[in-house]
Design a protein around this ligand. Sequence first.
Ligand SMILES: C[S@@+](CC[C@H](N)C(=O)[O-])C[C@H]1O[C@@H](n2cnc3c(N)ncnc32)[C@H](O)[C@@H]1O
Length: 281
Amino acid sequence: MCGTQSRPERRLDNEINQERLDVLIQRAQQAIAQDEKEVPAFWKTKYKTEAAKNWDIFYKRNTTKFFKDRHWTDREFTELADQSKDQQCLEVGCGVGNFVFPLLADNPRMFIYACDFSKRAIDMVKANAGYDESRCKAFVCDLTANALTDTISENSLDLAETKVSAIFVFSAIPPEKMSTAIQNIYSVLKPGGQVLFRDYGIYDEAQVKFSAASDKRLDSNFYVRQDGTMSYFFSTEDLQARFEAENFKTLECQYIYRETINRGMEKRVDRIFAQAKFQKQ
Ligand SMILES: C[S@@+](CC[C@H](N)C(=O)[O-])C[C@H]1O[C@@H](n2cnc3c(N)ncnc32)[C@H](O)[C@@H]1O
């Protein structure tokens, strides 16, 4: 399953032209195929067992300055912008709230549960001027080890009104632990509740860079950064299979292409993301 590497075919707005995409994918496939060396077993285990610690150090070093606020919620997941009724959202792996705070500001009828396994990140969420306990509850939780039902009651997140957002968090989870994290989310959703997912897609420029370094590979499509945090790249088939194996129904699952400009280096960067919506049956 994890090795499935289909060719991304969907193109959306802000699209890269087809020729450019073909070159990008070909280059990515070559780089990935040549990257045969894996990180030694001792280090693999160490990175995985120290994942929370490494993210905590990441936030100590970068504080709230690393990720940009994600103001695309109403464009990518329009249901979150619906103000015709009260809504609840659970953001898993919320970091310092780059997804949470724009959403709270954009939708006054939204209540957000936000969790992360980095205590430092959660402390920063709570210290944010936009943190209001009547609209947000932030808590520490390792999705692969702590039951979400310890904080949110079982099956309580309601039908059409509730979404779980998983924004660039599953890529940080070792592939063999993803099913536990998915089951954990499943346990708090009521039937009909949805997971809104966005993360790195295979052949993304970042994966090419990891492959070119040739000493970063932990597993198929799974790498470690210099600071010990990890990153997985999803094909849509792989992603879909993981959620469907845990009884979710796929409503949408596609690649998103974005051509971005790295201002510091004045360089064009091609990004490929996997974006999906899954529903608890
Ligand atoms: C790339 S950041 C994304 C943060 C946020 N979702 C956003 O969009 O800005 C990934 C986050 O996932 C968290 N994380 C990684 N593995 C986790 C796990 N097993 N349980 C809970 N949080 C986790 C990390 O601490 C980090 O804050």
